[in-house]
Every structure is written in C-alpha cells, then in structure tokens.
Design a protein around this ligand. Structure first.
Ligand SMILES: Cc1cc2nc3c(=O)[nH]c(=O)nc-3n(C[C@H](O)[C@H](O)[C@H](O)COP(=O)(O)OP(=O)(O)OC[C@H]3O[C@@H](n4cnc5c(N)ncnc54)[C@H](O)[C@@H]3O)c2cc1C
Ligand SMILES: Cc1ncc(C[n+]2csc(CCOP(=O)(O)OP(=O)(O)O)c2C)c(N)n1
Length: 594
C-alpha cells in the first residue's frame, strides 16, 4: 500500500517535493491536472509514492489549465496544475490569462532549471515569473526550500481571497530535491475586511438611490457566484424588497433562477431585448459583482443614460473603471447586500406590488419574443439543437461547459439555469478550446453529475485530443458539437461588418468527428436531420462512457439578438428572419452558402 508523505515524516527533514505535497494536502487538494517533464521529475516521483492526491495526465498543458478552471468553478476550491519548465510553462499562459479575466482561483506549480544555472539559457529555461506576471495575481519563485511551505500556503490564500484569480509558483529542480525541516502548521487565512462596514454612509446613499425610483434593474455577474450561497440568498431578498427585475451576465448565469418571473435573461451583445432595454431605460441600476464589460455596455457613452448607479464589487479597481457610478461599495457581494437589506428594512421600504408602468414596459419588450427563430427549415437549427439538449438534461444534475463562438451564445440563451455554477464558459478571454478540458475538470469535481460540453466544429478541433484523457480516467463527459462547417461567430461578424466577405472562416475539410471519437475509444454519433435529433441526444446521454454527438446544423445561421457594431445597447438586430429593431433589414448576400 502506498504511504502518504505525512507517514514518512520521521526526522522532520524532508525534500522540497515532499513539502509541496504536504502543503497541497493541508490546503485540501484532492486532484491536480498536469504534464511532466525534466524540471518537475522530483515532484512526479513524490506523486508516484502517494495516493492522497489524484493526478490527471492531460494531453497538452493548456488543457491542464482549463481542466483546473472547470474543477475550480464546479467545486468552489482552487484548481491546481503541475507543469514543467520552458514549454510546459509557456503553454500555460492562455489558461492563466483566462482565469485572471474570469476570476477563477488557480495555483499553478511549474518546474524551473536549477538555481545555479538560472539566466544561462539552460535547456528549457524561460523567465516564468516575468512571462506570467501580467497574467496572474502573483508569481512566486522559490529559491530556498526553507521558504517553500510558506509560499505555497500564501499562494492558496492569494488565489482564493478577494477577487479570485491565478497564482504561479515556480520551483527550481534543485529546490525540489533540497531538504528542510517541515512542521505542519495550522493555516490561518485572513478574512477580508469589507469596506462597506467601514463606510456606513455608502450604504445609506445606496438605500437613498434605491428608494428614489421604482424603475430599477439589478445587474448581476460572476462576483455573485464567487461570493456564494450567502450572496445568492441576499439577491433573492433584494429582488423581493425592491420589486426590480434581474439580469445576469454570461459569467453570472444561474445566480438568479431563470424560471423566476423577475429574470430578464442575459444582457449585452447577444443578450435579450428586454434585458438590454431595461438596462437602458432604468432610473436605478444596482450592479452586483459585475464589471461593466464592453460586451454588456456596448457604446459606453450611450450606456444606461438615465440611471443612478450603485456598484458592489470586491475589487476596488473595478469600481469606476469603465462606468462612473454614483455609489461604489467595495466588499463581498453577500456582506454588502446584507447591509443594504438591513438599511432598507430599517427604513420600512417595501415593494409589495411591482411598479405598474415599469413592468408594463418590460412585458411589452418581452412580447418581441427576441429568441424566436425559424424552425421550419429542413436543416437542424442550432437553436433547436440546444433547446432539445436542454429539454433532455434540465431535470438532471447537469453541468454545461462550452467552447467559444455562436454555440456558446446559443447555450447561454437557450439553456435556462436555475442554479449557480452550472454554466462554465470562457467569458473575458473567450478562449476557443476551453470547453472539453473544462468538462474533464468539472467531471473530476462532480463524478456523479452529467457534464456536457457544447462545442463548435472549429473549437473542438483545438482540444479533441483530450478525449484520450476522458477515456483513460473513465470520465463519462459528453460533447455536443454544433457543426456548421464555419468559424461561425467570425462568419457572422464578417456578414455584418465586412459585407459578407467570409475571409477564411469556412472549413473545407471537416473530419468525421464520430469516427475520430471511436478512434479515441469513446462513442461517436452523427446526426443531420431534425427528426433524428432527439434519438441521437438520447443515445449520447445513455452511453455510459465519454461520447460525442456531431450534430450537423444550418451552416450560415446567425446568433440574435445582436447589438449593432458601434451602437448603444438599445440598438439591436433581432433574428434575420424578422425585422431588426430600429434599423434596416440586413439583406446583404452571404458569400458562402452550403
Ligand atoms: C463571443 C462572446 C460573446 C459574449 N457576449 C456576451 C453577452 O452578450 N453578454 C454578457 O453578459 N457577456 C458576454 N460575453 C462575456 C463577456 O466578455 C464578459 O466575460 C462578461 O460579460 C463579464 O461578466 P461579469 O461582468 O459578470 O464579470 P466577471 O468577469 O465574472 O467579473 C466578476 C466581477 O465581480 C467581482 N467579484 C468577484 N468576487 C466578488 C465577491 N465575492 N463579491 C463582490 N464582487 C466580486 C470581480 O472583482 C469582478 O469585477 C461574451 C463573451 C464571448 C467570448
Ligand atoms: C483561441 C482563439 N482563437 C480565435 C478566436 C476568435 N474566434 C472567436 S469565435 C471563433 C469561431 C468559433 O467557431 P466554432 O468553434 O466552430 O463555433 P461557432 O461560432 O461556429 O459556433 C473564432 C475563430 C478565439 N476566440 N479563440
């Protein structure tokens, strides 16, 4: 039977590699994703001698990062990665930046050449700290094994506290082998002191603004999910007490139940008509854990011109960054909402009935039925494909990950999440190739749940090799490819912005995904007719191991609503089969038709 590193603690002098595994264990790490190489062999040797931490060998370091992101989002714990020096580390740059933009806690451990040769262009040397400094919350290099334990503890604290994000620990190979004394310590993670408590007048000002008009909107984002259950419950109470509708960004989907009558759908570029119109016309906006991203605000000088704005964010640098607000409150979303609710209760504020004029407008906007699409075509419409998938999985314990493109937007629009952290997608960086490794990470965190990656045919070609990982570790993830033979989102932009000149956005040679899947040892299915769709989805879901459904969809369908380029967020095109709002119907020819 393999022993844990703790069992080998006899004289308390152990190697850096052993110390690392102790401290990972002390921080609750049960799984890590990685790829070995010369500069991390002492750590891999220690991993071989223990069984407390499961290591998942991915097929590319970038995917170790995305798998760790999926794991972190689904488990609420930091995702951990182990890669070698040089190319192992440089392959990690994309997921580190992805996690930085989407506020995902990661601890990435990378090897480094021995300290004596750092700076000599040694084999597989790169300036890991320099390269990752702009794409992490912090990058450490450990030059003395005596400091290793402390640094690893700190890395977990930095990654998970405040605005969560990625942290790098670079450990030279000689430091992994060097010995030092190690005594397990109790970990004390300092709690964050909320500025809200220090500044009660901001809470009073927020309450004044909330009471100043009943035409309000609550704009929520990923920060509500980071804050957790506490914030989610407080949000529900805020909706009750204000009578305001709620909209959730792509990163915040599930913070508020999509089935709730007060939910308006997602705002922004591909958000609903009613969410964007309400954001534009409201007189009070309460932004909770969202960062006024340009996909949401569209043209900033036309963003929500009439509203007084309250912004609650744990990161002071987010406040007044893109949009200047009337009241900025820095603190954890749950804590600040509690204080605002207390203040409103003290003032006896109630909104027992919804404001008739405001909700009348919202109902009118809803009547546009902005997500309607033409389902009469003989091809499978991508929207229908997502709707049918959702129909089959909505009552199960399901997690959806996505790649990046139109399919990602259709997933956000047609899957209706009632619970937090069920939708896991790359928002800020928009990284094609995210979804399949993220699904692997989610399945590791939630072994008994159903995990489906909704993919495009171009994105999936960036990461399909990870099917091999899913097969090796018996992870029964499902991949649902909306195959339109295009880099669909790029084609859509070219249709709108470049007069239909589809420059290099058509993939002539698409592989047979079902056969490729079989070659990896998973189950491949293909479907091209609407009448076969339900059976194909059922077959994919019933298969016990990893399975891929290659679903041939209409080739040149665009994703609507869509805010017009360079326009305000109230100027949207609706489905091209219908009349666009406030503008001419787009009848420009498509350069490619299949
Ligand atoms: C092709 C494509 C199209 C897109 N279209 C859209 C679209 O139409 N609509 C849309 O919404 N997005 C869209 N996105 C995503 C978009 O790019 C952004 O990623 C997203 O809008 C940002 O979401 P967010 O504001 O919730 O911020 P996040 O990136 O989730 O940031 C969270 C904010 O909350 C704060 N925070 C963190 N923890 C806490 C806490 N405990 N308490 C309080 N605050 C906290 C953070 O400091 C940060 O400011 C699209 C992305 C792609 C790739
Ligand atoms: C790594 C990376 N490269 C390029 C892009 C730009 N990009 C955004 S969407 C897209 C096309 C995606 O095509 P596909 O995966 O087939 O999805 P679809 O849009 O067709 O649903 C591209 C190239 C990106 N987001 N990420």
């Amino acid at each position: 039977m393999s022993e844990t590193p703790l069992q080998r603690l006899s004289d308390q002098r152990i190697t850096g590699a052993e110390i690392l595994l102790h401290v990972l264990g002390a921080n609750g790490v049960k799984a890590m994703f990685g790829y070995p190489g010369g500069a991390v062999l002492p750590i891999y040797d220690e991993l071989f001698r223990q069984s407390a931490i499961e290591h998942i060998l991915v097929r590319h370091e970038q995917h170790a990062g995305h798998a760790a992101e999926g794991y972190a989002r689904a488990s609420g714990e930091a995702g951990v990665i182990l890669v070698t020096s040089g190319p192992g580390l440089t392959n990690m740059v994309t997921p580190l930046q992805d996690a930085l933009m989407d506020s995902i806690p990661l601890v990435c451990i990378c090897g480094q050449v021995p300290t004596a040769v750092i700076g000599t262009d040694a084999f597989q040397e790169c300036d890991a700290v320099g390269i990752t400094r702009p794409c992490t919350k912090h990058s450490y290099i450990v030059t003395d094994v005596a400091n290793l334990a402390e640094i690893v503890h700190k890395a977990f604290r930095v990654a998970t506290s405040g605005r969560p994000g990625p942290v790098l620990i670079c450990i030279p190979e000689d430091v992994q082998r060097a010995v030092a004394e190690y005594y397990p310590k109790e970990i004390i993670h300092n709690s964050i002191v909320s500025n809200a408590q220090l500044n009660p007048s901001a809470i009073g000002q927020a309450a004044d603004i909330i009471q100043s008009s009943r035409k309000g909107v609550i704009y929520t984002g990923g920060g509500v999910l980071s804050s957790g259950k506490h914030a989610i419950e407080a949000l529900e109470r805020l909706v009750e007490i204000t009578g305001f509708p709620v909209t959730s960004t792509l990163m915040g989907l599930g913070a508020f139940p999509a089935q709730h009558p007060s939910w308006l759908g997602m705002p922004g570029l591909h958000g609903t008509y009613e969410a964007n119109m309400a954001m534009h016309d409201c007189e009070v906006m309460i932004c909770v854990g969202a960062r006024f991203d340009d996909r949401v605000t569209a043209r900033i000088d036309r963003f929500s011109p009439k509203s007084k704005k309250i912004h609650i964010d744990i990161d002071p640098s987010s406040i007044n960054k893109n949009v200047v607000v009337n009241v900025g409150i820095c603190g954890d979303a749950g804590d600040v909402l509690d204080l605002i609710l207390q203040e409103l209760n003290t003032r006896g504020h109630t909104a027992k009935s919804r404001h008739r004029e405001w909700w009348g407008l919202i109902e009118l906007w809803r009547e546009k039925d902005c997500l309607a699409y033409n389902s009469s075509r003989s091809a499978i419409m991508p929207q229908l494909a997502v709707e049918r998938l959702w129909h089959h999985v909505k009552d199960r314990d399901t997690y959806i990950t996505t790649e990046v493109g139109q399919h990602q937007m259709w997933a956000a629009q047609y899957c209706r999440f009632d619970e937090p952290n069920r939708f896991i997608s790359s928002g800020g960086l928009g990284t094609m190739g995210f979804g399949l490794p993220a699904a692997i990470g989610v399945q590791m965190a939630k072994p008994h749940s159903l995990v489906v990656d909704i993919a495009g045919d171009a994105s999936i070609q960036m990461n399909l090799k990870e099917l091999s990982t899913a097969v090796q570790y018996k992870l029964p993830i499902k991949v649902f490819i909306l195959n339109n033979h295009h880099l669909g989102m790029v084609r859509q932009l070219q249709q709108h912005l470049h007069n239909g000149r589809n420059s290099h956005s058509y993939s002539e040679a698409i592989p047979d995904f079902a056969r490729l899947t079989e070659a990896y040892g998973a189950h491949g299915i293909r479907c091209a007719r609407p009448e076969d769709l339900d059976d194909a989805i059922t077959e994919m879901l019933l298969f016990e191991g990893p399975a891929v459904l290659d679903c041939e969809v209409a080739a040149v369908e665009s994703c609507y609503p869509m805010i017009k380029a360079g326009a305000g967020h109230n100027e949207m095109w609706l489905n091209e089969d219908r009349y666009p709002f406030g503008g001419e119907r787009d009848q420009r020819p498509l350069a490619v038709t299949l």
